[in-house]
Design a binder for this molecule. Sequence first.
Ligand SMILES: NC(=O)CCC(=O)C(=O)O
Length: 283
Amino acid sequence: MSRAGAAGRVLRVRVVQVAYDDRESVTDRVHRVADLVRGQRDADLIVLPELWAPGYFTFAEWSERAELLDGPTVSLLAEAAAQVGAFVHAGSILERAAEGRPRSGEPGSRRLWNTSIVLGRDGSCIAQYRKIHPFGFGEGEPTLIDPGTSISTALLGHEHDPGGITLGLATCYDLRFPELFRQLAAVGSTIFAIPAAWPAARREHWEVLGRARAIENQAFVIQCNTGGTHGGVELGGHSQVISPRGEVLARAGAGEEVLTVDIDLDELEDYRQAFPVLADRRL
Ligand SMILES: NC(=O)CCC(=O)C(=O)O
């Protein structure tokens, strides 16, 4: 967070809205996106979308495209994070359990999760989050993956703040569940990062719900969506970064695009002090 300087705590965020279609191979896409990450030289935090490598709506390919947590996608992004010296929210991967590891959850566990990964400036994994709310109208995630069972945050170290900045993790459909964000706020999150594969058909919900989560929790919201059409579904793009007051600080169009936003954490603290809504909760 070198931009902090005398002005306070400022985090330069790059939201990498990836667009793709069914013609691009997973290997090509992983290398293309790692190159994009490597290009974000002055960023503090780079954010990618949900399941951008395997493709969210290509369900038939999921089991074949699932990876271990230290599989090729995360390994390549870890190298890129270390090269660029930024925190990288790698979006999510289809995580398959390592062989021999004890079964997670109840018997019948599918041993597959939609897992977000956050990498430190040195490329090490500093947080992971398994999507808690599987999305689908009777197909897709509810039939293929296991839901996550716990909330997760990533602590972003800051030269002016040894305590760091707490990044609350949520994934796409989770955006519709305000209680998850309340819990993340209660454990100190001041920024929410939400990778997504949100269809164009419900773009208005995407925009409004992101603003609502920011306003009710007085937090920054970073929503990184997918563009293009794959698996027969047109994705909505329109990634956005929202301030704790609900202002749209940046919003992408429909195609591939990188947004740059300087997030001012001191401004957030001033606002929370001046208007202490969170302190008025009745639990
Ligand atoms: N990838 C998703 O979770 C899609 C969510 C969605 O389309 C919706 O909530 O609407």
